[in-house]
Design a protein around this ligand. Structure first.
Ligand code: FAD
Length: 523
């Protein structure tokens, strides 16, 4: 793959946040977008339910802000929520202008309801393939700019830092050859980190690379204890954790336990549309049988009439039918799976991280907009709104003043290295058991000890597998440290040894700098 080794802007990641930022930068200089797999592989591509947006005027915007803040359980940055809901409609209008085919009812955009939303405000496309359609439209639009170079199968391995300023990245190509690319500004839009847990809805690229790189470079990382577990992934032996969108419950699906009882009334007044963490923990509790035994929990749509399930959920119905199941006639076995990371590289409202030259947007970033728990379908909108803002801010990054290209190229001639593979499956299993939905100090300390013991056997990070192993180890360590430090339960973070919310000590964000962790007030 040919790519420039000196550009104005580097964008790591070709999901919604990276592509939106790149489009905003296209008339300000040369932009290199790198993605470690093909362009069509990202969390964005798998987003089913839709994108939440308040296009109905002031009251609608204000309710969306209220819902976002309520879902975040006391620590949403109200400034970030305001930006999200107020700028969202204009960003979605752009998507429409760039050819995104959202579903319609007659002339009007079709809207659905999801958990913890007070109104039907979720736009969707091709039924349950919203992310793919948005990604298609953004990519198509990005390709109209000659200044945007899209480079596939390049794994960013480290940030290049000179005198405290980020001025480039190292990338490893498919042959394991390392290169340096220098730039005025670097945007991390590398998505989430679901792969650090055994069960996840995230694709294989979601290994938290941007967060790990930023942390190693010295940037601030926030709120890593807040990992959202989606309540309803398909639970069939030997079948991947395929997501069964919240929109199914929005359309009326029930949850039933092994005895066939609806059980959500015991957990929350909003029943099946309660916040995700509540539903996920309720399912976990209902599935507890005798020690070592897990009881099935089901999603039930058999009673739902008047919805053309094949038309509304084509991807889900097709996947289920491949496994002999039908939404119309079967109980669908479900279990929670790691889904969305609220924490990440700490940024301001313009995507600026704590180091000059470094920006972050989308799932990799932490603006505080999701607080302790993301409102369903707010993350596509976040990628769009804050991706655009980061692109805008990067335009003002000072002109390139890094080392000469020759120096950079010499540094890039690292060659290939073999790596001793860390037991990634073991890390995922242990993270699931010790730092998953239900946490306590004993398990977290055990996990921390295990991670410390593994440090010496980590690969050197000079091929993709090694880069990912190192990054997953780093991200797991950040999650465990933050989870241990937060001695309360809030949003997606639940400590069985501290089951109550403690606003006196913890109505704050956790911030990690190097080896130090502190709690700081919401900004
Ligand atoms: C199954 C599923 C369903 C979802 N449904 C919804 C929904 O209905 N509504 C909603 O709002 N949200 C949903 N989400 C969440 C949402 O899709 C993501 O939060 C959002 O798309 C993240 O966008 P992003 O641009 O930040 O990252 P991503 O879309 O994940 O893109 C990350 C990019 O970074 C690249 N990358 C990663 N590491 C490197 C590296 N080291 N070097 C180079 N490139 C790298 C990847 O290859 C990829 O191109 C869903 C997520 C999943 C997994």
């Amino acid at each position: 793959m040919q790519f420039s080794q000196r550009v104005d802007f580097i964008v790591v990641g070709a999901g919604i946040a990276g592509l939106r930022a790149a489009i905003g930068l296209a008339d300000a200089g040369t932009v290199l977008v790198v993605t470690k797999q093909q362009l069509a592989e990202s969390n964005t591509q798998y987003a089913q339910g839709g994108i939440a947006v308040a296009m109905g005027g002031e009251e609608d915007v204000s309710l969306h802000r209220k819902d976002t803040i309520a879902a975040g359980d006391g620590i949403v940055s109200s400034a970030a929520a305001e930006v999200l809901v107020r700028e969202g409609p204009a960003r979605v209008e752009e998507l429409l202008a760039w050819g995104t085919g959202f579903d319609r009812e007659g002339e009007d955009l079709a809207r659905t309801l999801e958990g913890a939303h007070s109104r039907s405000r979720i736009l969707h496309a091709n039924g349950d393939a919203t992310g793919r359609e948005i990604g298609r439209a953004l990519l198509h639009h990005a390709r109209t700019y000659k200044t945007i170079q899209l480079a596939e199968w390049l794994t960013t391995s480290e940030l290049v830092v000179r005198d405290g300023r980020v001025c480039g990245v190292t990338v490893v190509d498919e042959n394991g050859i390392s290169h340096v690319v220098m730039a005025r500004a670097v945007l991390l839009a590398s998505g989430g980190a679901g792969q650090v847990f055994r069960d996840t809805t995230n694709p294989s690229v979601a290994t938290g690379d941007g967060i790990a790189m930023a942390w190693r470079a010295g940037a601030e990382i926030a709120d890593m204890e807040f990992f959202q577990f989606h309540p309803t992934a398909l639970s069939l032996p030997g079948v991947p954790c395929f997501l069964l969108s919240e929109a199914l419950r929005g359309e009326g699906a029930y949850l039933r336990n092994h005895a066939g009882e609806r059980f959500m009334e015991r957990y929350h007044p909003q029943l099946e549309l309660a916040p995700r963490d509540v539903v996920a923990r309720a399912i976990t509790r209902e599935s507890l049988g005798r020690p070592g035994e897990s009881l099935p929990v089901y999603l039930d749509m058999r009673h739902v009439k008047g919805v053309d399930l094949q038309h509304r959920f084509p991807g889900i119905t097709t996947f289920l039918s491949q496994h002999g199941l039908s939404l119309a006639s079967d109980l669908i076995p479900v279990r929670p799976a790691a889904h969305y990371l609220m924490g990440g590289v700490r940024t301001d409202l313009d995507g600026c991280a704590s180091m000059p030259g470094l920006y972050a947007a989308g799932e990799t970033a932490c603006t505080g907009v999701h607080g302790a728990n993301r409102l369903a379908s707010n993350s596509l909108l976040e990628g769009l709104v804050f991706g655009a803002r980061a692109g805008e801010a990067m335009r003002n990054a000072p002109a390139f003043a890094g080392p000469e290209e020759r120096d950079a190229a010499a540094e890039g001639a690292l060659g290939t290295f073999s790596s001793s593979p860390m037991e990634q499956a073991e890390l995922r299993q242990k993270m699931w058991e010790k730092a998953g939905l239900l946490r306590d100090a004993t398990g977290l300390v055990e996990m921390q000890k295990w991670l410390t013991e593994k440090i010496d056997s980590l690969p050197d990070g000079t091929n993709r597998e090694g880069v990912e192993a190192r990054n997953m180890h780093a991200v797991a360590s950040l999650i465990v440290r933050s989870s241990l430090a937060r001695e309360e339960s809030r949003g997606a973070h639940f400590r069985t040894d501290f089951p109550a919310r403690d606003d006196t000590r913890f109505q704050k964000h956790s911030v990690i700098r190097g080896q130090a962790i502190e709690f700081v007030k919401t900004r």
